[in-house]
Design a binder for this molecule. Sequence first.
Ligand code: GLC
Length: 557
Amino acid sequence: MRITDTSDLWWKNAVLYCLDVETFLDSDADGQGDFQGLSQRVDYLADLGVTCLWLMPFYPSPGVDDGYDISDFYAVDPDLGTFGDFVEFIRMARDRGMRVIIDLVVNHTSDQHPWFQSARASRDSPYRDWYVWADEPPADGPQGVTFPDKEVSLWQYDEVAGQYYLHRFYRSQPDLNVANPKVRDEIAKIILFWAALGVSGFRVDAVPFLIETLPSDKSQIPDPHEFLRHLRSLLNRRTGEAILLGEVNLTHEDQRKFFASPEGGGQELTMQFDFIGMQALYLAMARQDASPLIRAIADRPPISVENQWATFVRNHDELTLDKLTLGEREEVFRAFGPKPEMQLYGRGLRRRIPTMLKGDMQRIRMVYSLLLSLPGTPVLFYGEEIGMGENLAEDGRLAVRTPMQWTPEPGGGFTTADPAAIVRPFPKGAWSPKRVNVADQRDDPDSLYSFVRQLIRFYRECPELGWGTFSALESPDAAVFAHRSDWEDRSVIALHNLSPRAVTVTLTLDGVTKRTKLHDVLRPGITPVDAKGAFTIELDGYGYRWLRHQPDGTLPI
Ligand code: GLC
């Protein structure tokens, strides 16, 4: 393995940035972001250092689920732009060295989609079998409502159709029937269509639900994972570089089969979000005890060199804590979102990090240092780089989807439209554009923006992090998360103090047989290591250090 290999499997040490075109930059003063606006900010994103943009859905949609309810998979929402604007944006991003992946939401359609309209109208419709129908909700069917604030059942009786249909999400999002080969063909066609327009892959929405079939479908599709393998190999043939980054919020053990077939042969998803690691990180922060995070990362199943974990501390949904026990969840709620309006569905938080951490800049920086040093590929949610807060006055998950804050003006530099016309109101007070914006931070070397930008640069310059093998270092202080990532004959060691107390810890690096030195990555500094591998580090409250260990006489990569 050589440094030049890092350009082959580009996703192994990419930095992803998720944004919604609708809330990024408004170029035509209608209060909504659009592709022309986004294109104007491509240089900003390139300068931040992110290497891949993930666009949330931008397709025509009635907007019941903020665009995750799609009524045409082969179009751009006219409010956001044209195909021309889309392709120009892709070309611009590529020109600045960034790839673009897009949300692929094919577990369901909007109920306004012409396929569903046709399907419900008649049992003879060619689209009837594109959805999942039943005269009565089957007892052995799927269980568990995703949005318990609005839904009580996964089955909705449709008067026009005279049957129930399955919907994993809102009732206005009927599930597609992947047991039907025509549906599978259509999904492949959608993927290849967008790949032909230049995208470098997909963030695949709700993968376990997408490939879920009813027990009665077994004869039609004995192994639904075969479908994922098929999509993977199709993409490989058409565009070798395209990734499938899956939303698979299951246990680590269950995630394993979404990477590769049990026999280890065919590949499925290229990457998966580490929901377990994310939840453990919050529990560890709440307890100021690193052990839940150490356990979670160590517990990741082994993956092949082509696969990768996507790490994150915030995304566009509720910050789900669904895999914690009720008691653990309560601990996190108490620490980071004690009021009912800060919580959602009883399982998650609808706040952003800076508000959860009460604006404590040192602690906020520690979290991003931790995120960027974890083994995997980090995914940022727009606005994290400047420490944007949320607007709890907005409904549900929309609280964290407020427009990007570019300048201190009332329109936040996002739009010149009348404030009443803005797609979603900004947070007020301490988190308003006046107080938190790109313009104030971009040229300030001490700002969060400058810090995150630097972290991104260091992450990119340390391929050990994206490519390496994780192991935890034993720390005498439970609050210190100490780990190393080994790649080739090099390592990066990262230390994070989850507590507000200053600590001094002595740690041991296995495998060191003579005196050597560790070089600080985030600032100048050298730490001696004795012949037994022991070294001592001081950390401020919520302090962090990245240290590099490399063979004597070599230069850093
Ligand atoms: C995924 C998305 C979420 C959306 C849902 C239905 O969980 O992350 O935002 O509401 O799928 O598409």
